[in-house]
Design a protein around this ligand. Structure first.
Ligand SMILES: [Zn+2]
Length: 81
């Protein structure tokens, strides 16, 4: 799991080798993934496919915090659907 701190106005573009979930921890953050811009909301993680670049932008006035959670590392004991 990677925790990313963003200053107001800061943009952070990256990708992961595994599928992941982008989770808003605090602040007001926009995420861009495959050309679509979404506002991250608390409790609504954004699924990101493996090796897919995505950028996150702090559009608020406070420092924001986002976690990218790798499914391989943290969600491997999934309950059956
Ligand atoms: Zn990420």
């Amino acid at each position: 799991m990677a925790t990313i701190l963003l200053q107001p106005g800061e943009v952070f573009e990256h990708f992961h080798s595994e599928p992941s979930l982008t989770v808003l921890v605090q602040g007001t953050v926009e995420a861009e993934l495959t050309g679509q811009v979404v506002l991250l909301e608390p409790g609504k993680p954004l699924p990101v496919p493996a090796k897919t670049p995505h950028s996150i932008t702090n559009i608020g006035a406070q420092v924001a915090e986002v976690s990218c959670v790798g499914t391989g590392a943290t969600l491997q004991h999934r309950a059956p659907d």
